[in-house]
Ligand binder design. Structure first.
Ligand SMILES: [Fe+2]
Length: 214
């Protein structure tokens, strides 16, 4: 700005200065994650920039932000969660005002003691976001399908411990039973009887029509 700025320059600079203090959202990297509380500590991935005393535009790193709620889909007694590990990339969404009271009370209405606005401290974490150079692996997606990829999928509860049966194995086991029954004979003295007069039909396929698993 010149030594004798115009009104337009002054207004423009004032708007720019005000806008500079408004944080909205930003990618970040997970440093720690507490699965029991579903909160994370993260490091924002994009630096701020500022004009130093000599007028040079310099980078200013944003520090670690801790104790941020992670947005897993949940409600009505339902929930869907997955684990987060250090290095996972997420999106911070900055809330307008202090979340200090809401974090503690969860009340329907809270009056913030701290009047800060658009502060990264009041972010929530959306898992996840990925740079376009680091897409999910090919076995994590398929055109026309919803893919839930994990080496440990638990349905109904985190306490689920019994394994879901696979239809191909169930069908094979049933076919083996049917074949064994239909072929079995008894010994009558030294002579084998005929196979059963009433044979079992092949078992109907047991597979679901739209859900597949490995
Ligand atoms: Fe028999």
């Amino acid at each position: 700005m010149s030594a004798t700025p115009s009104l337009a320059e002054v207004v423009s600079d004032a708007i720019a200065a005000a806008r500079g203090g408004v944080n909205v959202s930003m990618p970040a990297t997970v440093l720690t994650y507490d699965p029991a509380r579903q909160v994370a500590s993260v490091k924002p991935s994009i630096s701020m920039r500022y004009l130093d005393a000599s007028g040079v535009l310099s980078p200013m790193s944003i520090g670690v932000v801790s104790n941020l709620p992670v947005l897993f889909p949940s409600g009505g007694g339902f929930s869907l969660t997955w684990d987060l590990v250090p290095g996972d990339q997420v999106l911070l969404v900055v809330c307008d005002r202090s979340l200090d009271e809401w974090k503690l009370t969860g009340a329907q209405e809270n009056v913030p003691v701290d009047i800060r606005r658009f502060d990264f401290t009041d972010s929530v974490v959306v898992p996840s976001i990925r740079p376009i150079t680091q897409p999910l692996a090919p076995d994590a997606w398929a055109t026309g399908a919803a893919v839930l990829k994990s080496s440990d999928v638990r349905l109904g509860s985190s306490l689920a411990a019994d394994f879901v049966a696979l239809s191909s194995k169930v069908d094979a086991a049933l076919a083996a039973i049917v074949n064994a029954f239909n072929a079995h004979t008894h010994m009558l003295g030294n002579t084998p009887t005929l196979v059963p007069s009433s044979l079992l039909p092949p078992a109907a396929p047991t597979g679901a029509t739209s859900v597949k698993a490995i």
